[in-house]
Ligand binder design. Sequence first.
Ligand SMILES: [Cu+2]
Length: 69
Amino acid sequence: MEKTLIVEGMSCEHCEKRTEKELLKIDAVSDAKANADQGQVVVSLSKEVTDDKLAEAVSEAGYEYIKTV
Ligand SMILES: [Cu+2]
């Protein structure tokens, strides 16, 4: 399963890596690909995870989770 997160505040490759790293700490997240230009992160999930949990990781990285599409 894949989810696309809308995230504000990422501006470069460094930001992308920070966000991906935090998301990958979540057990259910098997892959994370952030795109600062588009303000999106695509996460691959091996099992169910709440949007709250994903939002928490984004916030931990220092960026603003807007919504999941
Ligand atoms: Cu950056």
